[in-house]
Design a protein around this ligand. Structure first.
Ligand SMILES: [Zn+2]
Length: 264
């Protein structure tokens, strides 16, 4: 199991399972670049020249997103052209001394594996520096300082908490320990899609964050059995009846008393 397949199950089991089985995927944003390809374009740039060239030409979907008419000889599309959004985000990071001394020396895209309870997990570390005792994850984000709202919580939170990155980083720290026998300090580099891009470095170095990370590992342990059973078809997923997947696949089964309409 990996954290990006697991997280959707915690929001809605039915949607998580449909996503896992590749029967459904969340709507991409109506405008702007494909998030996954855009993020990988930037990640692979800092991995190596070779990895970058291989990534941007790897298949027709990727080529179509990046190049005019899907053909490298026709040149980059607007988000990827020199001076465009991806290029200015890359230049922002490449021009930063801390990024160059903390992120760049690490081994890139390192696969780590391990066990939580009885289940096997894996992760991919963007930049791993075993000798210096740290690892980094690189995130692209609309706006670093944007307020995010979590259901059931009446105060805003930041993109790292909202997107479940605390769980990802806690898991990676554990898997690195199980793979290499070392407990490393995590960091997130974030670069924004603003013009000009914002960028910053975030650490997880307080007691309250460490507690939050431990809680996230416990959340994985408490929910993984159920998720594996859903995937194996041994148990049936619960529909939240409110998310995009549930709305799209909804059939009315009975009427609801008007006094029982659930409110957000
Ligand atoms: Zn749902």
């Amino acid at each position: 199991m990996d954290v990006s397949s697991f997280k959707p199950f915690l929001k809605c089991e039915a949607a998580g399972l449909a996503q896992f089985k590749k029967q459904w995927e969340p709507q991409p944003p109506k405008s702007g670049p494909n998030l996954l390809i855009f993020g990988n374009f930037i990640h692979s740039y800092f991995q190596s020249e070779k990895a970058h060239q291989e990534y941007i030409t790897k298949d027709s979907k990727t080529r179509k997103e990046i190049f005019k008419y899907g053909k490298p000889e026709k040149g980059f599309k607007k988000d990827y052209v020199a001076g465009g959004l991806a290029d200015s985000m890359i230049k922002t990071l490449a021009g930063d001394e801390v990024f160059n001394s903390v992120y760049m020396p690490g081994d890139k895209e390192v696969i780590v594996t391990g066990k939580l309870g009885n289940h096997l997990w894996k992760g991919k570390i963007d930049s791993l520096s075993l000798d210096r005792g740290l690892f980094c994850d690189l995130k692209t984000v609309d706006k670093i300082h944007k307020k995010h709202w979590i259901e059931g919580q009446n105060y805003p939170t930041n993109f790292i908490v909202e997107r479940g990155y605390v769980m990802q980083i806690a898991l990676y720290q554990e898997l690195i320990y199980q793979t290499f026998g070392k407990w490393l300090q995590p960091f997130i580099f974030a670069v924004s899609k603003q013009d000009p891009p914002d960028h910053d470095l975030f650490d997880f170095d307080t007691n309250s964050i460490r507690e939050m990370m431990e809680e996230n590992i416990e959340t994985i342990k408490a929910n993984q059995e159920r998720v594996f059973n859903l995937i194996a078809g041994k148990e049936q997923p619960i529909r939240c009846e409110q998310c995009a997947y549930c709305r799209k696949s909804k059939q009315i089964t009975h009427s609801i008393h008007i006094t029982d309409i659930e409110l957000d």
